[in-house]
Design a protein around this ligand. Structure first.
Ligand code: B4P
Length: 183
């Protein structure tokens, strides 16, 4: 199974991806987690990445695409994976399509997490990560609308909408149901 989760910042992509990947026995690849690991490494690249994260800006595609390509080996493609937070732009989606063509595989299902904006803002303020200040959160939501939401059209042939409000187990159950409808 090769799955993407798309949704606004704070929709619960990371929360659900951890549970779903364990349940489905596929590799979980999170660009947000990879970037935070870079920041912790305190290298020059980590310092550059931190500036983007702190501003709620997208890390440039040329850094992000290379990082994902290193993770999506032929073995991982064959075994199945769940991508969380990538792609976030149509440019990244096009790069991913080309990479997967090279690896002779494709995305089966795109789960689109649907949560009203006021609820995601509330969740992120409660999460309180370093990049969860109100101004930065609003900027990330705006970037989502401008840069990431067009992916819903890009993947319209493989898209299933998952209402992502409710308890974490309820959302997991809805996501698993959505995947069953695509199997
Ligand atoms: P991410 O790490 O992807 O984080 P996110 O979008 O903010 O949150 P997510 O949707 O995963 O929500 P979570 O489960 O944590 O991105 C961070 C930054 O990295 C970006 O802003 C960007 O700078 C950079 N980046 C990442 N990918 C990139 C890319 N491809 N290209 C360029 N830059 C990129 O849940 C949020 C909160 O809600 C948590 O506190 C959680 O406990 C809570 N929650 C979850 N489910 C809930 C539920 N059902 N009910 C109530 N609360 C819930």
């Amino acid at each position: 199974m090769r799955i993407l989760i798309v949704g606004p910042p704070g929709a619960g992509k990371g929360t659900q991806a951890a549970v779903l990947s364990a349940e489905l026995g596929v590799v979980h690849i999170s660009t947000g987690d990879m970037f935070r690991a870079y920041v912790d490494s305190e290298t020059e690249l980590g310092r550059q990445v931190k500036a983007y994260l702190d501003a709620g800006a997208l890390v440039p595609d040329e850094v992000t695409n290379v990082m994902v390509a290193q993770q999506l080996t032929e073995d991982v493609c064959r075994a199945g994976f769940l991508l969380d937070g990538f792609p976030r732009t149509v440019g990244q989606a096009e790069a991913l399509e080309a990479l997967l063509r090279d690896r002779d595989c494709e995305i089966d299902t795109v789960l689109a997490f649907d949560v009203p904006e006021d609820q995601v803002v509330e969740r992120l303020l409660a999460r309180g990560r370093e990049d969860d200040t109100e101004d930065v959160i609003r900027h990330r939501q705006q970037l989502y609308r401008e840069e990431t939401a067009p992916l819903l059209d890009f993947y319209s042939d493989r898209l299933v909408t998952v209402p992502a409000v409710g308890s974490v187990p309820d959302v997991t159950a809805r996501a698993l149901d959505a995947l069953r409808t695509r199997a």
